[in-house]
Design a protein around this ligand. Structure first.
Ligand SMILES: Cc1cc2nc3c(=O)[nH]c(=O)nc-3n(C[C@H](O)[C@H](O)[C@H](O)COP(=O)(O)OP(=O)(O)OC[C@H]3O[C@@H](n4cnc5c(N)ncnc54)[C@H](O)[C@@H]3O)c2cc1C
Length: 358
């Protein structure tokens, strides 16, 4: 055996990187990523938005814990943007329930127009708003965590798929070469496949594809000051990004883990629904992409030791909130693996235990 680690993290997305960075203060860590570079999959394809009320009530607690740590430890990562939901059919109950689920308050359509001059007053029937929604500088966060890993001695293996996991003398043996006491499964859409490699029961973590397009629009308005815009019927959302707009059809298509790409029809539908409420038209589709949002059956993250093998630790099921939960999730990982005085209350962290699926 060439080398031995205390902890082997499988997956170089935001989940694996946040765990490796935090744990590297206490242990010798190796991080395995199957692609040539870190954050190749979901973690480079997100909308990069922080909405504290997005997810179920347990997930929302993780959002808040992550928010507080981002603010004091990495203050450059979050930038306030605001969020506005728009409705076109005058369906009051459906609109109110969508607004409530995201913690938005009703505003008049003329206020909405002041906040987002590109909207079409002839189409928008209702609007709702909240100030405290933020852009997440996901590239900066990933680079910051990567640097933290490197300066704490984490060995990052890129272009290194973990394809074999065996037990030998109470240690994991990775690809018949490297030993580790503990495995952290941060494999995103592949999390169940990694469990199967370790001969453990999968947790039915299901990837869903979501697409995104970068577009130019015909307007003299300053795009950078627009809020995140949501169709209250969940058929599109959009936000300014690097001088243009990104628009998603908010698609939720179940699939197997793969290197996802956008479907042209989904993109066209999202742009059409976006344009229905705007005064302006999309003039150019600059690029498009898709990523996988991987959910456990109850839509909560899966964080903790496997019931069948306590040295196999799940850090999966990040769904559509992997960035806004990442620091809380890595803190729970530290609390459990090092038996430290819990920084995240156990009454909360227990809710994410993989044991709930046994
Ligand atoms: C369109 C879209 C919009 C989103 N918007 C937001 C948002 O606004 N805010 C937010 O917080 N979240 C958002 N998300 C969700 C967020 O992007 C994900 O929850 C997060 O990126 C998941 O991170 P991860 O590290 O678990 O997965 P990934 O980033 O996919 O990382 C898992 C890694 O594991 C590697 N891997 C898998 N198997 C192996 C193996 N056997 N050996 C080695 N490596 C392996 C993969 O190559 C991959 O790089 C969005 C997602 C999408 C797709």
């Amino acid at each position: 055996m060439s080398e031995t680690f205390d902890i082997a993290v499988i997956g170089g997305g935001i989940a694996g990187l946040s765990a490796a960075a935090r744990l590297s203060k206490h242990a010798k860590i190796g991080l395995w990523e199957q692609e040539d570079f870190l954050a190749h999959h979901s973690s480079s394809r997100s909308a990069a938005v922080f909405i504290s009320d997005y997810g179920n009530s347990d997930v929302c607690e993780l959002n808040l814990i992550t928010f507080r740590e981002l603010q004091y430890k990495y203050p450059d990562i979050l930038k306030q943007r605001g969020l506005m939901s728009l409705e076109k059919n005058g369906e009051i109950d459906a609109f109110n329930s969508h607004a409530k689920s995201l913690g938005l308050s009703s505003i008049s359509v003329s206020e909405a127009k002041e906040k987002a001059p590109i909207i079409d007053l002839k189409s928008v029937k209702q609007a709702a708003w909240r100030d405290d929604v933020f852009d997440i500088d996901t590239d900066l966060l990933i680079q910051t965590l990567r640097k933290e890993c490197l300066s704490n001695g984490v060995h990052i293996f890129t272009n290194s798929a973990v394809s074999k996991l065996e037990r030998n003398n109470n240690k994991w043996v990775i690809n018949s070469k490297i030993q580790s006491d503990i495995i952290i499964n941060a494999g995103g859409a592949w999390a169940d496949n990694i469990a199967k490699l370790a001969n453990l029961k999968p947790k039915n973590i299901q990837p869903y594809k979501r697409s995104m397009a970068r577009v130019e629009i015909d307007t003299s308005n300053n795009l950078s000051s627009l809020p995140v815009l949501f169709g209250s019927d969940d058929t599109w959302y959009a936000k300014p990004d690097a001088g243009s707009m990104i628009v998603s059809p908010a698609d939720v298509s179940p699939c197997d883990p793969h290197d996802a790409w956008a479907d042209e029809e989904d993109i066209a539908r999202g742009i059409y629904n976006f344009e229905m409420l705007m005064e302006t038209k999309v003039t150019k589709l600059t690029s498009n992409w898709a990523g996988l949002r991987s959910f456990a059956p109850d839509q909560s993250l899966v964080i903790g030791p496997d019931a069948g093998s306590p040295n196999f630790f799940w850090l999966a099921g990040q769904g559509g909130y992997g960035f806004q939960t990442c620091l809380a999730a890595s803190q729970i990982t530290e609390d459990i693996l090092f038996n430290h005085t819990p920084q995240v209350p156990t009454s909360l962290s227990e809710k994410f235990s993989p044991h709930r699926f046994v």
